[in-house]
Design a binder for this molecule. Sequence first.
Ligand code: UDP
Ligand code: MG
Length: 318
Amino acid sequence: MKRITVIIPFLNEESVLEKLYERLILLADDCSTYRFDFLFVNDGSNDQSLAIVLGLRKKDDRVTLLELSRNYGKEIAMLAGFDHAKGDAVVVIDSDLQQPPELIKEMIIWWEKGYEDVYAVRKERKGEHFFKKWTSACYYKILQKASKTNIYPNAGDFRLLDRKAVEALKMIREYERYTKGLYGWIGFKKKELYYDADERAGGTTKWRFSSLFNLAMNGVTSYTTLPLKITTVIGGIVSFAAFIYMLIVLVQTLLLGADVSGYPSLMIGILFLGGLQLISLGIIGEYLGRVFNETKKRPLYFIDTYYDTQSSETAKLS
Ligand code: UDP
Ligand code: MG
């Protein structure tokens, strides 16, 4: 019997976890030729979520739980899931039921046809406001233009991965992860499916603007050095313009004599160039920060407790 592990990273989702579980067991009954296990990854919740999952685990030994030592963010929580998943195929799904678990059945069909990465693309984004949709659309357009790796805009983390793809993802131990780009980077045969995203079944989104901004920054700095090239080009253009201006001023002074006025243009020049320099420094800093974080080679996460399948409650550090 082939085994399928469903990874569910969650952070403070007490209002939806039970509903999700209900839908997942219906799915498992529906695909009874496969052996399912549900790997919940607790990403540092401080509400009743943990108790709920432990409760589910009591009545169903397919439920396993990985408790991280604190909140690491969804990217790392997913990696922890990959590290501990035992299935021949692994599915990642959000806990908030925005993604219909029923689609997993169709994913399995395509997996059996030989696709190693069957990913779900949302057709419509309900319950998200216009600004988020618009910024996200622009961002992916720019990112795709700037990098050589394929990044599939509306494809999230909701996907089925073959063991081969999971092993590949596990080997990439980047500290600042941008998993969306990694799926494209590792390659393998891909198939896309479409679904209508629902609104959250309860609770609120865990993304703050700052974390989205960080993720967006990671996306850019992980996959392209274009910003560095752009600063070089801008620097070149500004220097060239300054050189021409210098010649003009020189000729003017020689032919017409010195003229001390010109304070506004001087100020504009200084402020403009000062601004450009600060931006360039910032961009270099972003990349340097990444290098710094990667060179520390810290473990990506620590596990508090791992509640494995054979109800052997082993605490171990990773
Ligand atoms: N999540 C997590 N750690 C975090 C943030 C989010 O494990 O630091 C989980 C969250 O519980 C949910 C999934 O990641 O299961 C997607 O989060 P959310 O629904 O808030 O994001 P959105 O759908 O709004 O993009
Ligand atoms: Mg969501």
